[in-house]
Structures are given as structure tokens and as C-alpha cells.
Design a binder for this molecule. Structure first.
Ligand SMILES: NC(=O)c1ccc[n+]([C@@H]2O[C@H](COP(=O)([O-])OP(=O)(O)OC[C@H]3O[C@@H](n4cnc5c(N)ncnc54)[C@H](O)[C@@H]3O)[C@@H](O)[C@H]2O)c1
Length: 334
């Protein structure tokens, strides 16, 4: 089926992989209108696709009303040639250090998501995929029964503890906008709670994997937060975050306005992650030291993905071993 995709944050980790996976099907006449303001990415991630006529890229900001109205005009101009229009909102202020910037995260993550959703509805789009985050689980990011579920209640750290949760609270609010739009019959859609996405194309060494690899590359040492002595995480390759988006976008019965966890269950402590990276980089005696402490950072983040697996055919295919090999090879080649 030929679809018109409208993707925000298209040069980011999930957005650029969406472009690759959609365009990979050569016989498919689907078309992508994508934009990004390069807040945390660059055109490099989709450079090899720019000559493909099925992709249109715009250097636009989701918060710029005039630029967004040009996107809407373009959608209206060409949408009749496609069987359905699917909006995918990947644009967001994502990195941990920005979680403390309340105004910025609110503007892009909440107001940007809301106006992009309103645009999708005005343009008569059939579907809207809202990228949310596992951060909304906050202090209840795991349980002893094999992972936290979408239907579990959450306990949020608030302004008494840390500004950090502003990112989670903003994303949580977008899930309500999504649900409301679907329940009022305006569009089909869902929210996806990803956990710790990584990519070999990531050039912003603030996420833990590129941070560790870049630190070791510079001088064979890495300084981790005190939290890392205990903290464990799972890591989701952007191939899998993207295939989850496409699996949900392709399963109408799943687009009921609800939430889907998307993660792996391959849990690793941050210290072991650092040791594994060092080993893979051939560093025999890595120097790992600790400095700084992050408030309201859950010790574990383990998600149940039963719901998406039951309702779609999605499952992660990239394990951490292979994903880290890819990242190391790509970062060291620079
Ligand atoms: N990376 C993770 O670990 C993670 C975890 C959970 C959820 N998510 C969510 O998944 C979605 C995709 O994130 P990602 O992993 O691809 O991260 P990413 O940072 O690689 O991608 C986000 C993209 O949005 C762009 N962007 C930011 N502000 C913008 C603006 N005002 N206008 C236009 N573009 C803008 C950035 O330049 C970037 O390319 C986001 O909604 C994010 O919150 C990511």
C-alpha cells in the first residue's frame, strides 16, 4: 500500500532509520515528507537517501508556525495520490541533560507534539504515531514480575526531588492528547514508550553508549556518575525502535490511542556496559572512575513488551553484542 509519511525529527535516531526502512522497499511508491531543525542531529544520517525522489527533506522547526503551515500545504497538495497519510512525531528534546530545561522540553515535546497532531487531523491523516518514553515510569521503572507494564500505575518524582522529571511529565501529557484524539474519532494512533535508544549514527556523545566509547577512544578512561555503580538498563537499537513504529503504523487494530512499551529485556549494569565496550575496543585495563550523582534516576528500567508482541508481529532483532560492535566500528572510523 502506498502511503504518505510525514515525519518530524527525521534525521534523529528513529527518524532516519524510518527513512531507510521505508525506502528500502524499492517497489514501494510510498513518499516521505520529513523535517528536522538539527537540534541534535545532522543531515548526514539521511544523506544517502536524498537523491531518492520518494523523500522530501526540509530544515524546519516544529515550533515554527509558518514552516509547519508549509508542511501542511505540501501534504494537502499531494495526499490524494496515496492510500493513507501517516504522521510520525519523532521530533523531541531527548537528551538527559535537557530534561532539566523545563521550558524547552515543554515547547518542543508538548506544544510541538500537540500542534503536529492538530495538523495531522486537519490534513485528514489516518494515523498518528506519538513517540513517548519509558521515562514516564519514573520511580517505578521495573518490577519483580518481569518488567513494568503499560497498565501499571506510576510514581513520579516531582519538583520536590528534581527538575529531571519535566521531560517525563511532558511526554505523559502527550499520551493524553493522543488518547483523546483517538477516542473522539479524529484519527487512529498510539503512543510508544521507548527505552534507551542507541544508534551507530549517533554523533551526540551524551547518551551513555557514545559517551563511553568516545571517552575510551580519547584516553582509555571514562568517568561515570555514582549512580552507575548500581544502575542497570536495557538498550534498544534504532533498527528495532523504527521497526516497532512501522509495525504499529501497519496494524490498524493496535491504533486505539493506547500505549506500547518498546524495549529489549537484555539488562546490563552501566559498569558492565563500560567494561564490555573496553573489551571490544581492545582496552585491557580500562580506567573507570565515578563522579556526580543524578537525583531521581531509577536503578533499573525493565519494560514488559508483551502488549506490542501480542498485538503486532514486532520483536527486537538486534542484540547488544552486535549493536555495540556496530557502534564501535562506526565511531572509531571517524
Ligand atoms: N533516544 C532515546 O533513548 C529515547 C528513549 C525514549 C523515547 N525516545 C523518544 O523517541 C523519539 C525519537 O527520538 P530519537 O531516539 O530518534 O532521538 P533523537 O534526538 O536522535 O531524535 C530527535 C530529533 O528531533 C529533532 N528535533 C529536536 N527539536 C526539534 C524541533 N524543534 N523541530 C524539529 N526537529 C527537532 C532533533 O534534531 C533530532 O533529530 C523522541 O520523541 C524521543 O523522546 C527516545
Amino acid at each position: 500500500m502506498n502511503k504518505l509519511y510525514v515525519i518530524s525529527g527525521v534525521t534523529g535516531m528513529t527518524g532516519n532509520e524510518l527513512v531507510h526502512q521505508i525506502l528500502e522497499k524499492k517497489a514501494d511508491e510510498s513518499h516521505i515528507i520529513g523535517f528536522d531543525n538539527f537540534y541534535a542531529s545532522s543531515l548526514e544520517t539521511i544523506e544517502n537517501c536524498l537523491s531518492d525522489k520518494r523523500l522530501e527533506f526540509y530544515e524546519y522547526d516544529i515550533n515554527n508556525a509558518e514552516q509547519m503551515s508549509r508542511i501542511e500545504d505540501r501534504v494537502n497538495e499531494i495526499k490524494e495520490g496515496f492510500e493513507e497519510t501517516v504522521y510520525i512525531n519523532c521530533a523531541a528534546v531527548v537528551h538527559t541533560e535537557h530534561f532539566y530545561h523545563v521550558h524547552e522540553t515543554f515547547e518542543t515535546n508538548v506544544l510541538g507534539m500537540k500542534s503536529f497532531l492538530e495538523q495531522a487531523i486537519r490534513a485528514g491523516a489516518k494515523k498518528y504515531i506519538n513517540c513517548s518514553t519509558s521515562e514516564v515510569y519514573s520511580m517505578n521503572s521495573w518490577n519483580e514480575n518481569g518488567g513494568v507494564k503499560e497498565s501499571d500505575y506510576i510514581t513520579l518524582a516531582d519538583a520536590e526531588h528534581s527538575q529531571r522529571t519535566s521531560y517525563a511529565v511532558g511526554k505523559l501529557l502527550t499520551e493524553f492528547f493522543m488518547k483523546d484524539a483517538v477516542e473522539s474519532g479524529q484519527i487512529l494512533g498510539c503512543s510508544i514508550r521507548f527505552a534507551n535508544v542507541y544508534s551507530k549514527n549517533e554523533r551526540y556523545p551524551k547518551h551513555i553508549i557514545p559517551f563511553i566509547i568516545n571517552s575510551f577512544r580519547e584516553d582509555g578512561r571514562v568517568v561515570l556518575l555514582e549512580n552507575s555503580r548500581k544502575n542497570k538498563r536495557t538498550f534498544l537499537h534504532n533498527y528495532d525502535s523504527c521497526s516497532a513504529v512501522l509495525a504499529l503504523a501497519g496494524t490498524e487494530s493496535a491504533l486505539d490511542g493506547s500505549i506500547y512499551n518498546v524495549a529489549t529485556d537484555e539488562e546490563i549494569s552501566i559498569i558492565d556496559l563500560a567494561k564490555l565496550c573496553a573489551e571490544k575496543m581492545g582496552i585491557r585495563e580500562p580506567v573507570i572512575t565515578f563522579s556526580g550523582y543524578r537525583e531521581s534516576d531509577p536503578e533499573r528500567r525493565l519494560l514488559s513488551t508483551e502488549k506490542i508482541r501480542e498485538r503486532t508481529n514486532w520483536k527486537p532483532v538486534m542484540d547488544l553484542d552486535r549493536g555495540l560492535d556496530e557502534c564501535i566500528e562506526s565511531y572509531l572510523a571517524d
